[in-house]
Design a protein around this ligand. Structure first.
Ligand code: CAA
Length: 271
């Protein structure tokens, strides 16, 4: 299978890596050469880590299956995964341009936008669906597969099989609601954790999440890890759709350039 991933940020590059590790030929697309270079460096780092742990045998052979491109027309006849940032206009624009090029499945990695709304930009929307990976895609086992109102049952099942063939656990989501399944839970937890920031430090809140709730990473740290800009955009979409995800401090932090792990500063110092 030939896979074309649109957007080479943390999610796009991680998803591309997952497909390449499963033996598929992957093209990572981005508008900026610099972003593609950074993505390839991140993938190499990750593959080397996995090789140290014994879960990847040959780093170079996985890398040889990953190509980069700044030309959207190279998506011709590919399965497409869209992983650009959470903006309905940006996503719709790119989906509209890519969908005439291929008859294969087109999936969005959106975590907060409605699949049915995005499908309006896609030609032949019965092959459009959500394929929501979690960060970091290489290590997280669960992938939500979301059926929008226009997705056909046949393509939905095909997507579930594709996810299974990657060695992941597909969670079928047949109701296109805000947050799908995982984020309906997670964003409520984020809201509670954020509300506690007026009384407790990020360390204290995260200590509770890890030691008492048994989470692998504290909730405040997870906000940093997934990106404060990403979470801020999601909070605005949540508000638009009447879902209770609120974290007031995010706006000021994002405006002052604190984006979490990716910028070196967030609730924690990642530099
Ligand atoms: N590739 C390969 N190796 C990686 C890696 C990657 N992408 N990321 C981390 N590792 C490695 C680390 O370098 C480390 O290696 P060493 O042992 O050699 O140092 C090893 O994995 C273990 O990592 P850590 O020591 O940092 O810590 P950890 O054991 O806690 O594992 C984690 C890291 C898997 C990220 C874990 O903390 C975790 O599961 N965190 C929660 C992640 C989560 O909930 N993600 C979902 C977020 S929500 C989302 O994504 C969607 C959304 O819609 C916003």
């Amino acid at each position: 299978m030939k896979v074309f991933v649109i957007g080479s940020g943390v999610m796009g590059s991680g998803i591309g890596q997952v497909f390449a590790m499963a033996g598929h030929e992957v093209t990572l697309y981005d508008v900026k050469e610099e972003a593609l270079k950074k993505a390839m460096e991140g993938i190499r780092w990750s593959l080397q880590k996995l090789q140290e742990k014994g879960s990847v045998k040959d780093v170079e052979s996985v890398l040889s299956r990953i190509f980069t491109s700044r030309d959207l027309s190279e998506a011709r006849d590919h399965l497409v995964i869209e992983a650009v940032f959470e903006d309905i206009k940006v996503k719709s624009d790119v989906l509209g341009r890519v969908s005439p090029l291929t008859d294969e499945i087109i999936a969005s990695n959106t975590s907060s936008l409605p699949i049915t709304e995005l499908s309006r930009a896609v030609r032949n929307p019965e092959r459009f669906l959500g394929m929501h990976f979690f960060n970091p895609p290489v290590l997280m086992k669960l992938v939500e597969v979301i059926r929008g109102d226009n997705t056909s049952e046949e393509r939905f099942r095909e997507a579930l099989d594709i996810v299974k063939s990657l060695g992941k656990y597909p969670l079928p989501v047949r109701k296109d609601v805000f947050g799908f399944v995982v984020n309906r839970i997670l964003f409520r937890l984020f809201t509670s954790a954020c509300a506690l920031l007026t009384q407790y430090t990020p360390h204290e809140i995260d200590y509770v999440a890890i030691k008492e709730l048994g989470m692998p990473m504290g909730l405040i740290m997870l906000l940093d890890y997934t990106g404060l800009d990403v979470n801020y955009d999601i909070s605005k979409e949540a508000e638009r759709r009447g879902f209770p995800f609120k974290c007031d401090v995010l706006e000021g932090m994002v405006k002052s350039g604190k984006l979490g792990r990716k910028s070196g500063q967030g609730f924690y110092d990642w530099s």
